[in-house]
Design a binder for this molecule. Structure first.
Ligand SMILES: Cc1cc2nc3c(=O)[nH]c(=O)nc-3n(C[C@H](O)[C@H](O)[C@H](O)COP(=O)(O)O)c2cc1C
Length: 196
């Protein structure tokens, strides 16, 4: 039997926890994908404030749910084969940890492992406005091979709801792992005669 395509989803305590939830929901619809989830304690707190989901409901969306402090989990090792990892949303704290190679929890450890194994790591960073330390951390993780994808709204596809925005961002993040879940409204070029 073919090995499943494994995707690691990290959810941190930045605003926008629904992004991580939506990624898990979308990946459930993709044949042959196995999801591995890690949620930080701060993520659970933010999830409870921002959404109607419980942590148990979110864990149940994943094929495997790992404990944040279990730095001995399978995904903590480079020998665990996977397509890559998406941290959605990614907090300043977690991006700063990655920028300094500080890997004392399972989100930062699994993400650092993706970098050292040269696998895809997509960080849906969420903070605004930004100070120089945030910008330096973004540069440092980018130099190490991560893709920083700030969770910012595109208006060109005229989102009508928060769900539209979440679907678009989640779809674009999965694009970066080579997985098309059909939620991205792709730009087809401006219709003839509408430019200028
Ligand atoms: C409701 C709420 C919203 C938050 N929003 C953000 C945010 O947008 N960006 C951020 O970096 N931290 C945000 N925080 C703070 C983080 O949760 C906090 O820094 C935490 O230590 C992050 O830890 P983690 O990366 O292990 O999840 C928020 C906290 C709460 C309670």
């Amino acid at each position: 039997m073919a090995e499943p395509r494994r995707v690691i989803i990290g959810i941190t305590g930045a605003s926008g926890t629904v992004l991580g939830v939506r990624l898990l929901e979308l990946l459930r619809e993709v044949d042959g994908v196995e999801t591995h989830l890690v949620m930080s304690p701060a993520a659970v707190r933010t999830l409870n404030i921002e959404t109607d989901y419980t942590a148990d409901q979110v864990s149940a969306l994943a094929d495997v749910s790992h404990n944040f402090k279990d730095i001995g989990a399978a995904i903590a090792s480079g020998s665990f084969r996977c397509e890559g990892m998406i941290v959605a949303p990614c907090s300043v704290k977690t991006m700063g940890a990655l920028a300094s190679c500080l890997t004392d929890d399972l989100i930062s450890r699994a993400a650092d492992v993706c970098l050292k194994e040269r696998r895809r790591l997509v960080l849906l960073f969420r903070e605004t406005p930004l100070h120089a330390g945030h910008l330096r951390a973004m540069k440092d993780v980018t130099d190490a091979g991560a893709i920083v994808m700030p969770a910012v709204v595109g208006f060109y596809y005229r989102p009508a709801s928060v769900d539209d925005i979440v679907d678009h961002l989640a779809g674009r993040a999965l694009d970066l792992l080579g997985i098309d879940v059909g939620t991205v409204r792709r730009w087809q070029g401006q219709p003839q005669g509408e430019n200028n």
